[in-house]
Ligand binder design. Structure first.
Ligand code: ADP
Ligand code: MG
Length: 402
């Protein structure tokens, strides 16, 4: 990676503002139901503590409502404050974590100035101010004013130019944390210098959303698999009846172009050969396997079929780098999760570098128990997609070059 990391800077005694992604799911009692995002930031936080930095953490949580002045509503303070996160982080670190009741202002400044080497302070939800997502320069300057160094370890928000992800770097030098470094290394190497054959697997729901990804990946990969809900737009483009299956009308032309581009570039494009169709969009609906050119007009495609699983597994087994984005079917319904599970399992067992990007694909892999067997499961859904599109992420661009 060509960006500086925390290891390139002497952090001892410095007040370091670390942008983390502590946007964790909470239940109705505000208990954290999944702390993986906090755990993922621990290597950077521990490194800073161990090296005598004064650690100031900043994150967003949820989507707080703001009033006409751009300040958080009292109701949203109750719902989206970071108190439960401070508690969990303290448990995970085995040391106290101070919690500020704001992210800017005199009280925060005083708390920051009184930190000792190795102390940890967690600021309040940065999205309590509308100025955060507006990337307001004054707000960014206020955030930056308490720190001598900025570390971005929040890959999941790096595709957004917000005050805490981009604006702050105008006022304080920024470097990458370890999670950010790992994300950029895996995704960057896959796109820039992959072991070949390089296979990309795309699925999920919206073709139009993922066309820029397909477009960019076609110039990099040896083979491209299209599965999931996206595949039906490709079938439609080929003139097949797709019944009640998901169709992205605007994507039909784009699908045609992608097929042409693949053949021009000599990329092997693999589409399903059979699918599992259902009568209705529900787990318990009647279902059957049909070849892709025989989808009955009153049924809908819910998953890839067994012949397709075989074909996709062979492609996976003959590849050295595999990037996967988008489930192969409606995996939230157990009866239509088989295709996604089979692909996840094939990836888990493959003798290849395997990278999972995309919120739902990552969730599927975690839920099915294959996450630990992948080379890398990205923590950023939207950010990983933009990376695969070939876009520069503003939160990364803003960091110091090596
Ligand atoms: P990711 O978050 O990994 O990028 P997407 O958000 O693009 O993936 O798509 C995930 C969604 O696609 C899932 O909710 C899944 O149910 C849906 N999906 C997959 N296959 C189908 C299908 N055949 N019909 C309808 N929805 C589908
Ligand atoms: Mg999604």
């Amino acid at each position: 990676m060509n960006k500086k990391t925390v290891k390139d800077i002497d952090v001892r005694g410095k007040r370091v503002l670390v942008r983390v992604d502590f946007n964790v799911p909470l239940d109705a009692d505000r208990k954290i139901t999944d702390d993986r995002r906090i755990v993922a930031a621990l290597p950077t936080i521990k490194y800073l503590i161990d090296n005598g930095a004064r650690v100031i953490l900043v994150s967003h949580l949820g989507r707080p409502e703001t009033d006409e002045n751009g300040n958080v509503t009292p109701d949203s303070v109750k719902k989206f404050n970071l108190d439960p996160v401070a508690q969990r982080l303290s448990d995970l670190l085995g040391k106290p974590v101070k919690k500020a009741s704001d992210c800017i202002g005199d009280e925060v400044k005083a708390a920051a100035m009184s930190l000792q080497d190795g102390d940890v302070l967690l600021l309040e939800n940065v999205r309590f101010y509308k100025k955060e997502t507006k990337n307001d320069p004054k707000f960014a300057e206020q955030l930056a004013s308490i720190a001598e160094l900025y570390v971005n370890d929040a890959f999941g928000t790096a595709h957004r130019a917000h005050a805490s992800t981009e604006g702050v770097t105008k006022f304080v030098p920024g470097v990458a944390g370890f999670l950010m470094e790992k994300e950029l290394d895996y995704l960057g190497r896959a796109l820039g210098n992959p072991d070949r054959p390089f296979l990309a697997i795309l699925g999920g729901a919206k073709v139009a959303d993922k066309i820029p990804v397909i477009d960019n990946l076609l110039t990099k990969v040896n083979s491209l698999i299209i599965g999931g809900g996206m595949a039906y737009t490709f079938f439609k483009a080929q003139g097949f009846e797709i019944g009640q299956s998901l169709l992205d009308e605007a994507g039909i032309e784009l699908a045609k172009n992608a097929m042409k581009k693949a053949s021009d570039l000599g990329v092997t494009l693999l589409l399903p050969v059979d699918v599992v169709v259902g009568k209705e969009f529900s787990n318990d609906t009647e279902s059957k396997v049909v070849p892709v050119d025989q989808i009955p007009s009153d049924w809908m495609g819910m998953d890839i079929g067994p012949e397709t699983v075989k074909k996709f597994t062979e492609a996976i087994n003959s590849s050295k780098t595999i990037v996967w984005n988008g489930p192969m079917g409606v995996f939230e319904m157990p009866n239509f999760a088989k295709g996604t599970r089979a692909v996840a399992e094939a990836l888990a067992n493959a003798d290849a570098t395997t990278i999972i990007g995309g919120g739902d694909s990552a969730a599927a892999v975690e839920q099915m128990g294959f996450a630990a067997k992948m080379s890398h499961v990205s923590t950023g859904g939207g950010a990983s997609l933009e990376f695969l599109e070939g876009k520069e992420l503003p939160g990364v661009v803003a960091l110091q070059d090596k």
